[in-house]
Write a protein that binds this ligand. Structure first.
Ligand SMILES: *[C@@H]1O[C@H](CO)[C@@H](O)[C@H](O)[C@H]1NC(C)=O
Ligand SMILES: *[C@@H]1O[C@H](CO)[C@@H](O)[C@H](O)[C@H]1NC(C)=O
Ligand SMILES: *[C@@H]1O[C@H](CO)[C@@H](O)[C@H](O)[C@H]1NC(C)=O
Ligand SMILES: *[C@@H]1O[C@H](CO)[C@@H](O)[C@H](O)[C@H]1NC(C)=O
Length: 506
């Protein structure tokens, strides 16, 4: 049953359209002056626009002084673009509802400021979302709707079901994407017109599978009592069964389906059967290449757990620590390199190595440590990626990536070498190599990287509602860039079944 939000889609009336055109051209005129004099940013979004739209404190989920409370600190308390301002267009807003289709440009900068529902004809991506029962998504968060209610009401950003805090949050991508789709039909929620939910799957570019697989893994993979299979296992089996019976899946062999499996162990049971879908992953470390690969799938950032630094980022000379690393030292698989580096670096006075995970050491302490360091190490652990990279970016600490097989989010539009240092593992373990390299990076070069880091940091923020250029918008844009190859794979998949269909109709 479609939820009532779909009823709110409205067509624009002619007089409104005229008004819209006039006001928007005036705004555009004014804005062009603003850009002319202010824009010096080479980020995906002109900085001046971004300042108008992005609020400062959007990702301050954690109180800086307490770690023990992490589990209670939930993203519901997000300070947001307040719904009270959404009734009137503010000066400085670009009115996306009035923009022609040409202004939607797939290079990454969608800007929207008013309270109109993002129109399906103008959105970057039309997404059909299965109405899976709540046990697959918000039910896992303890949300209970009225009888027959499938989705929570997300029109008030302060009252959305919250995702558990702490380390669960780093894989919460499933939650932010689902919320964003739900909000795409709600006029009062201000968000970029990136993806829009459509009710007719024939009109969709992408079919989204709203299963909170990482949360299901984190919460429900243990067996209780005499159970033969965990709830996580049971949900995956049910999901496979459900998808295989859907016309949408049959039509494309699943190739236009988007499944989020960000925790490396999520979807373990189902992934072989669902591997034709586009997967949203943290990395490919635990996947055979025929199930997941960079051509087909999307790498999404972890949600960082340290507090985002906004205005107060510290310059080169005020950072006493040269190199910062925090994490487990002893790791299996690719992670032996951590141990070797530890013994190479541990006696250097300007190097800071802390043991243990974020939780035992304190998120705020880690954030402070990174923010007072020039370089932050990201060393391959038991998987090639970790959320440490995204903590470093949020702390404006130049990341040093020592992980030969890492895949990075949005690398087709972001040049990481502009704000990260890459070191081959085989080089990093040579005596003196790493410190010589990093000590040789002087103030000018470091500052250039730091400036770039500050420009791109907003691409690594998850928030509700989504903001232009943030991780959610970037993921939709990344999916949109795959549209041609999805079409290609679907058509090829259907060569024979379509021919057979025609013969049957004769
Ligand atoms: C935003 O953060 C600044 C400092 O980072 C603080 O002074 C200000 O009170 C915060 N504003 C809100 C609305 O929380
Ligand atoms: C998209 O925008 C970029 C820069 O804003 C521009 O260079 C490019 O030509 C645009 N592409 C299309 C298809 O409009
Ligand atoms: C869904 O869209 C297709 C293609 O645009 C159309 O033929 C079909 O009638 C639509 N179905 C419904 C129920 O509106
Ligand atoms: C946001 O940050 C900028 C730069 O740090 C500051 O000038 C501005 O006052 C801040 N705005 C709010 C609402 O906190």
């Amino acid at each position: 049953m479609p939820s009532p939000v779909f009823m709110s889609e409205k067509r624009m009336q002619p007089s409104r359209l005229l008004f819209c055109l006039i006001t928007s051209s005036m705004f555009l005129l004014m804005l062009s002056f603003v850009f002319l004099f202010q824009s010096d940013s080479s980020s995906l979004i002109p900085e001046s626009v971004f300042k108008l739209i992005l609020l400062n404190n959007t990702s301050e989920f954690y109180s800086p002084s307490s770690d023990s409370e992490i589990d209670d600190k939930l993203p519901t308390s997000l300070p947001l673009l307040s719904p009270t301002i959404s009734d009137k267009p503010r000066s400085g807003d670009l009115d996306n509802g009035c923009q022609g289709p040409n202004s939607n440009n797939e290079t990454g900068d969608l800007v929207q400021g008013t309270n109109k529902v993002c129109d399906a004809t103008q959105a970057l991506l039309r997404v059909f979302m299965y109405d899976l029962p709540p046990e697959f998504h918000f039910g896992l968060l303890g949300w209970k709707g009225k009888v027959g209610q499938i989705w929570p009401d997300v029109s008030d950003p302060n009252r959305i079901p919250s995702y558990p805090g702490g380390l669960n949050l780093q894989h919460s991508i499933e939650y932010w994407l689902t919320l964003d789709l739900l909000s795409s039909n709600i006029p009062s929620v201000i968000r970029p017109c990136s993806a829009v939910r459509v009710v007719n799957s024939s009109q969709a570019d992408i079919i989204f599978v709203p299963f909170f697989s990482s949360l299901s893994y984190n919460r429900n993979s243990k067996l209780h009592g005499r159970e033969k299979a965990s709830i996580n296992r049971m949900l995956q089996d049910k999901l496979v069964q459900f998808l295989m019976s859907q016309d949408e899946w049959k039509r494309s062999g699943g190739k236009d389906h988007l499944i989020v499996a960000h925790h490396p162990n999520s979807m373990m049971a189902a992934r072989r059967k669902l591997g034709s879908a586009i997967l949203v992953l943290a990395d490919f470390g635990r996947y055979p290449v025929e199930i997941a690969n960079i051509d087909k799938d999307i790498i999404a950032p972890y949600k960082h757990v340290v507090r985002t630094i906004y205005g107060e980022s510290v310059p080169f000379e005020k950072r006493p620590i040269l190199v910062y690393f925090q994490g487990a030292i002893y790791r299996k698989d690719g992670g032996v390199i951590r141990q070797e580096l530890y013994y190479l670096l541990k006696d250097e006075k300007d190097v800071h190595f802390t043991f243990g995970n974020v939780r035992s050491h304190g998120i705020s302490k880690a954030g402070q440590g990174m923010a007072s360091s020039r370089f932050c190490l990201n060393i391959a652990g038991d998987t090639p990626s970790s959320n440490r990279l995204f903590d470093a970016i949020a702390s404006h600490c130049v990341p040093v990536i020592i992980s030969d097989k890492i895949e990075l989010p949005f690398e087709d539009v972001l040049d990481y070498a502009e704000f990260c240092i890459f070191v081959r593992a085989s080089d990093a373990v040579k005596k003196g190599f790493l410190l010589n390299l990093l000590r040789g990076i002087k103030k000018d070069r470091w500052t250039t990287m730091w400036e770039k880091l500050k420009q791109v940091a907003h691409h690594f923020e998850y928030q509700y509602p989504s903001q232009p250029g943030d991780s959610v918008a970037m993921i939709w844009e990344a999916v949109s860039r795959k549209r041609a190859s999805i079409r290609f794979r679907v058509n090829k998949n259907n060569r024979f079944s379509r021919s057979q269909l025609i013969r049957k109709h004769k």
